[in-house]
Design a protein around this ligand. Structure first.
Ligand code: MSP
Length: 503
């Protein structure tokens, strides 16, 4: 059985989950569900990054001990993933023993390979990024990503990781593995920065308590990024683990573009140093702004994904974030854009086709799928659409072009609506039409499962099909498996139209 190992970043637990975190997890969940439908053995990892200065400070501000604080926020992340239907296989926390052990092993191994040495460091540290900043990354005394966070001047003894040693090896690796830096337009920026030269990386902190202790000398704590990146291996049991043997290398690390450097440069260099093959792909997605502005606590415009899911449904939010922007690009979130996709696409197109097919069948054929008559030209054409839909959508799913995959699915459903309209079954009681439409409804359940799993489950239930959608094969969405004579359940409305002042 083919395996597929994918990950989200492990999120900092300095505050509750927001739309940005939800976006990565939803996208990763879509990928996981799609690979499962393709019969692969999937391992989908997520978790929380619980150490570092940022979290130490947030705990202090909340008047709590770091442990108490991270436990609370981690529970909020886990709850959010439950609400959003994120089907992860494991949730790693960097405060767990299983993780700590592997991080320390990595330090020891890297040291044995001559890649760790002691020195001193002086520089400006951004707690927002949890990294030192170079002159070119600083504007008006602040890091460009965190204009509200004071840079901290640090001068201390530290241990370094010989990142510079891996410059050539990394460049060769990128050339030999053109799929690694994804999407392709991200490759140039990484390669040119690596070509400019790599500075060794400070991997310990002296002033910090909240972290994993450095195994080579007392009084030091391991730098939070060295600690965090290792989660991708500690969660699968370390380099000797059973799951490691089964799943490594990672097929894709799905991350936001701001942490691409850590994943595409530092992470493979660490792995080279400890003698482990790098992941196959790092896919960096873009960033969301909210109503045109950067999402930030100080602007008070942070979007709570749980609140959105409660108001409009998790499936609507999941659908929206993947349809609104092409994966890899930046985009803007606005409630009106969300409502317009719910009303225009989920309600008027997909929901309409499914509901009219099922309710017409339920009300007019004693709740049974009718037996088809001869196929005329239009019916033949629609049947061919069903038979080709899986293959049409697949390449977009494979290449992370979720918006394009959804376009195909919408077109398919629109074709169903047109066919239904043309056949006028309310006048003709056209059995072939209802038979084919019921089959297209089944196709939609499978095609929509990665994006909107609860909706897919409901459709499955209305059609009274056996088993569950997630156990189906993606390619079977192109097969006519709904048999005539089969009874269906009374369907309910799948998506509620959102009332706006214009409607
Ligand atoms: N803890 C590190 C990651 C370590 S992985 C070994 C971290 N955590 S984070 O909490 O800041 O989460 C970062 C991730 O959240 C980003 O990579 C991205 O996936 C997501 N997003 C945070 N804000 C975002 C937007 N405004 N828009 C889209 N996604 C963004 O970095």
């Amino acid at each position: 059985m083919k395996k597929f190992y994918l990950t989200t970043p492990i999120y900092y637990v300095n505050g509750p989950p927001h739309l940005g975190h939800a976006y990565t997890s939803i996208a990763a969940d879509v990928v996981a569900r799609w690979h499962r439908l393709n019969g692969e053995k999937v391992f989908f990892l997520t978790g929380t990054d619980e150490h570092g200065l940022k979290i130490e400070k947030a705990a202090e501000a909340a008047g709590k001990s770091p442990k108490e604080f991270v436990d609370e926020i981690t529970a909020q992340f886990q709850n959010a993933w439950k609400v959003l239907n994120i089907s992860y296989d494991d949730f790693i926390r960097t405060t767990e023993k299983r993780h700590e052990k592997v991080v320390k092993d990595f330090i020891e191994k890297s040291n044995k390979n001559g890649d760790i040495y002691k020195g001193s460091y002086e520089g400006l540290y951004c707690t927002g990024c949890e990294s030192f900043k170079t002159e070119s990354e600083i504007k008006n005394n602040h890091c460009q990503d965190h204009p509200n966070i004071e840079l901290k001047k640090l001068k201390e003894e530290t241990y370094f990781f010989r990142l510079s040693k891996y410059q050539k090896k990394l460049l060769k690796f990128y050339d030999d593995n053109p799929e690694f830096l994804s999407p392709a337009f991200r490759a140039d920026e990484i390669k040119s920065r690596v070509k400019e030269g790599l500075k060794d990386l400070s991997i310990t902190r002296k002033d910090l308590k909240w972290g994993i202790t450095f195994p080579l000398e007392n009084g030091f704590v391991i730098y939070v990024w060295f600690d965090a990146l290792t989660n991708y291996i500690s969660a699968i049991g370390g380099a000797d683990g059973k799951l490691f043997k089964e799943f490594w290398p990672t097929d894709v690390h799905i991350i936001g573009k701001e942490i691409n450097w850590f994943h595409s440069v530092i992470w493979p260099a660490i792995l080279f140093s400890v003698g482990i093959e790098p992941p196959k792909k790092v896919f960096s997605h873009g960033w969301w702004t909210v109503e045109g502005q950067k999402m930030s606590k100080s602007l008070g415009n942070v979007i709570d994904p749980i609140a959105v899911a409660q108001k409009y449904s998790a499936d609507a939010l999941r659908y929206f974030v993947l349809k609104e922007i092409s994966f890899g690009d930046d985009g803007n979130y606005s409630e009106s854009a969300l409502i317009s996709r719910i009303n225009g696409e989920l309600v008027a197109n997909i929901g309409n086709f499914i509901h009219r097919t099922l309710s017409f069948t339920y009300n007019n054929f004693e709740g049974k799928i009718p037996k088809p008559d001869k196929l005329d030209k239009e019916s033949m054409e629609f049947k061919e659409k069903i038979e080709s839909i899986a293959k049409k959508v697949s390449p977009f799913m494979e290449s992370f072009q979720f918006d394009k995959a959804l376009n195909e699915i919408l077109e398919f459903s629109a074709a169903g609506n047109q066919y239904f309209q043309k056949k006028e079954p309310w006048k003709t009681k056209d059995k072939t039409c209802l038979y084919l439409c019921a089959n297209a409804v089944r196709s939609l359940a499978i095609l929509l499962h990665p994006f909107s799993p609860s909706t897919a489950d409901k459709i499955w239930k209305y059609l009274k099909l056996s088993g569950s959608v997630e156990k189906q094969k993606w390619d079977s969405s192109s097969e006519l498996k709904v048999k005539s004579g089969q009874k269906i359940n009374k369907p309910e409305i799948l998506f509620e139209k959102v009332k706006t002042t214009q409607s």
